[in-house]
Write a protein that binds this ligand. Structure first.
Ligand SMILES: Cc1cc2nc3c(=O)[nH]c(=O)nc-3n(C[C@H](O)[C@H](O)[C@H](O)COP(=O)(O)OP(=O)(O)OC[C@H]3O[C@@H](n4cnc5c(N)ncnc54)[C@H](O)[C@@H]3O)c2cc1C
Ligand SMILES: Cc1cc2nc3c(=O)[nH]c(=O)nc-3n(C[C@H](O)[C@H](O)[C@H](O)COP(=O)(O)O)c2cc1C
Ligand code: SF4
Length: 658
């Protein structure tokens, strides 16, 4: 089925068992005080190796404290870092994967100054904790402080530090080393004319800008020897005005190949500061492969791997079969499902828990200095924790779950894996809960994969599913479960607004379920994520949509990685929004509002969607109380309205506990 992804490939002196590579992921799982590898990181990567990845890359490790860009980033500096690196390499190697250690000084994106560092020694001098780059500059992004220009001594020192880091990996049993020169970290800062304005030998021409990288590569090659696998991670485009293009990166790649033997290129897209879409759901699997095509056309000698929104094995299989890439690299798909390669090899793609590009648990958490998580995979970062272990049950129980939304289905999955006798009752005619509504929104198309995944698990695990069955106190008593889990979710709230009962008023559920005939002019009251996603669905049908928000911003509950995609889509669909608005009344003709300046305005509408938030659907939970069964629990939005992340995590935690 996926024969090309399953073929071995030789990287340097190492035969890799298949064409699936888990990409470097800084996850904040290392010791925040000293950058040591600890159990959370070891068990996280052990699970990826166990899941069948041919190659497992470590997170990017910093080569100097000023290059530390994330609170729990791995260190590649001190003698004391070696012990953890060895345990980590051993864990990956023992599962039969090729272990590759990544070197990543974060350059202008450094954050040492926010992690308790007041001064450092760099280039033989005591310096402040601010980030460094080839040229002093500030960033358009608030997270990043202005950087200081590196001295020549510091540049030379960092070349050596990269070589030392490579030595540390080799010495501790890693099969290879990867140099990270992407997305705006230090080496990329040197490569780009946007961030490198130096006039000495380190700046100016492409050759000069590439000198820092080439010196690092030559030094590493000399250190590790000719046959030790050396992987080069380079952007294929910066997606920044004034940044490098794919043509320039191809030239840089050729310079790398002319300088040393490169065993594999990993090519990537965009910087953190890129204004355009690179990793959001606006991009479909395979959308970036044309960049790899250019590399192949340019006759780059080394094999090439590429990630970037490639979450579908059939797209990756075809890309490898067609020779567009040699290895399917992936980061978020491997966070979401570490066993993805095993499922590919065994020909059961229906079991893959597909990354939805929500960016909520991975990018967002890491960027706010939290430990990484995953919306759809609650085990992420908890692989080490016995409370998250999936243990067979001591006593098989009859478990009844009410609601086939994500929390109920995840709970059912775990309970069934562990050996319980599980039944789900669902009042509607299909599974998914709010996920099957959300999937209609233009950027949530991957939620269909989540539904597909749970459908397959329900069937394969022998979970009894009773659709079109509304649970009541009587039906539950008749079923006589030993464990009752109520996962009845949420429902749109009905705020007190004059005119809320007007015939033109509706809510997001009714809109998405197709229960209302929408007029041409549709007003949404509420600028939260659910409202915006529903409004996008309506605007896509050609309706004139206006979103009214009482607060300062729309999308106030959308994580920063996804806000821009909504702005871009809303602009494309000609959607309007007004903020700081007070809704006074809904009339037959629309909505009467007051603006922040106190002006009264009428907004014409044929349909008004009240979407200010959700309430728990806890009618059943209240009706049955806590004594209807020996054990009674509530999970998901029914226990308190939150988000999909929490719903799935609630389901997992309950499923491994009961
Ligand atoms: C349009 C939309 C977009 C969203 N976008 C996002 C987003 O981008 N990110 C995010 O994190 N979250 C988002 N959410 C929220 C997210 O979908 C919910 O938080 C999540 O689905 C809650 O899961 P749940 O299992 O608790 O409940 P639900 O998904 O609400 O499922 C509850 C299920 O219980 C069933 N049920 C209820 N009562 C009974 C009964 N008595 N008997 C039998 N069955 C019953 C219902 O029919 C339903 O199938 C969105 C929601 C919507 C509607
Ligand atoms: C939380 C997170 C941390 C990352 N850390 C690194 C890193 O340490 N080094 C690196 O080269 N890329 C890093 N990346 C980028 C990924 O390796 C990958 O290139 C990117 O996520 C796009 O691929 P995907 O669509 O398969 O996720 C990180 C990505 C995520 C989501
Ligand atoms: S948190 Fe979302 S984007 Fe990140 S890996 Fe999980 S599903 Fe994918």
């Amino acid at each position: 089925m996926f024969e090309n992804l399953c073929k071995p490939i030789t990287i340097g002196n190492h035969v890799v068992k298949n064409r699936m590579k888990y990409a470097a992921t800084v996850d904040n799982f290392c010791d925040t005080k000293n950058g040591n590898v600890i159990d959370r990181e070891i068990e996280y990567l052990r699970e990826r190796a166990k899941g069948g990845f041919g190659i497992v890359v470590s997170q990017g490790g910093y080569t100097h404290i000023l290059g530390k860009g994330y609170v729990g980033q791995m260190g590649l500096v001190e003698e004391s870092h070696l012990a953890g690196l060895k345990v980590l390499a051993d864990a990956i190697n023992a599962e039969g994967a090729m272990s590759i250690g990544q070197i990543m000084h974060t350059g202008r994106y450094g954050h040492a100054h926010e992690y308790g560092i007041h001064e450092a020694i760099a280039g033989g001098k005591t310096v402040g904790p601010e980030p460094v780059g080839p040229t002093a500059m500030s960033s358009p992004i608030k997270r990043y402080s202005p950087c200081r220009e590196m001295t020549n001594e510091e540049i030379e020192e960092q070349i050596q530090a990269h070589i030392v880091a490579a030595r540390m990996f080799k010495q501790t049993g890693w099969h290879g080393v990867e140099v990270c020169a992407i997305v705006g970290y230090l080496i990329a800062d040197f490569l780009s004319r946007w961030t490198n304005k130096r006039t000495d030998k380190w700046g100016g021409s492409l050759e000069n800008r590439a000198r820092f990288l080439i010196e690092i590569l030559k030094g590493i090659r000399a250190e590790v020897g000719d046959d030790y696998p050396l992987v080069m991670r380079l952007n294929a485009t910066d997606l920044i005005e004034g940044g490098n293009t794919n043509e320039e990166y191809i030239e840089i790649a050729k310079m790398c190949e002319a300088a040393v033997r490169i065993d594999l290129f990993s090519i990537t897209v965009g910087w953190h500061e890129s204004p355009g879409a690179a990793i959001t759901a606006e991009k479909r699997p395979g959308d970036w492969l044309h960049l790899a095509d250019e590399w192949k056309k340019a006759k780059i000698k080394s094999p090439i791997c590429m990630a970037y929104r490639m979450n579908q094995p059939d797209v990756a299989e075809k890309a490898v079969a067609d020779g567009r890439i040699d290895i399917w690299e992936m980061c978020r798909p491997g966070i979401a499902d570490p066993y993805l390669p095993k499922k590919v090899i065994e020909g059961r793609p229906e079991d893959i828990n597909t990354c939805t590009a929500c960016n909520q648990g991975c990018f967002y958490y890491v960027f706010i200095d939290a430990v990484m998580g995953c919306m759809i995979n609650p085990r992420v970062g908890n692989e080490w924790d016995p409370a998250y272990a999936i243990n067979p049950v001591a006593k098989k129980k009859k478990v009844l779950i009410v609601g086939a939304g994500p929390s109920g289905m995840e709970c059912a999955r775990l309970a069934a894996i562990r050996g319980h006798d599980v039944t789900i009752v669902e009042k509607s005619d299909s599974i998914g809960g709010e996920v099957k509504l959300g999937v209609k929104s233009p950027l949530l198309y991957d939620w269909a994969e989540t539904i597909r995944y749970y459908k397959a698990q329900i069937e394969k695990l022998g979970i009894k599913l009773k659709l079109n069955t509304e649970a009541t106190a009587d039906s539950i008593k008749a079923e006589a479960p030993e464990v009752l889990v109520i996962a009845t979710g949420g429902k749109p709230s009905r705020p007190k607004i004059d005119g809320i009962d007007n015939k033109i008023v509706t809510n997001v559920f009714d809109v998405l379920e197709g229960k209302v005939k929408l007029g041409d002019k549709v007003v949404f009251i509420g600028g939260n994520e659910i409202s915006i996603q529903t409004a996008e669905y309506v605007a896509e049908q050609g309706k004139e949509v206006t979103v009214l928000e009482k607060g300062k911003h729309i999308c106030f509950d959308v994580n920063i990685f996804n806000i821009l995609q909504h702005r871009r889509l809303m602009a494309k669909l000609n959607m309007k929004s007004m903020t700081n608005v007070t809704v006074n009344e809904i009339t037959d003709d629309g909505v009467e509002i007051s603006t922040a300046g106190g002006k009264d305005v009428s907004i014409e509408a044929d349909t008004v969607v009240v979407a200010e938030g959700m309430d728990s659907e806890d009618t059943l939970a209240k009706a049955v109380g806590t004594t209807i069964a020996p054990e009674v629990y509530t999970i998901g939005d029914c226990a308190g309205v939150r988000k999909l992340y929490e719903a799935i995590h609630d389901g997992y935690k309950m499923g491994v506990k009961i």
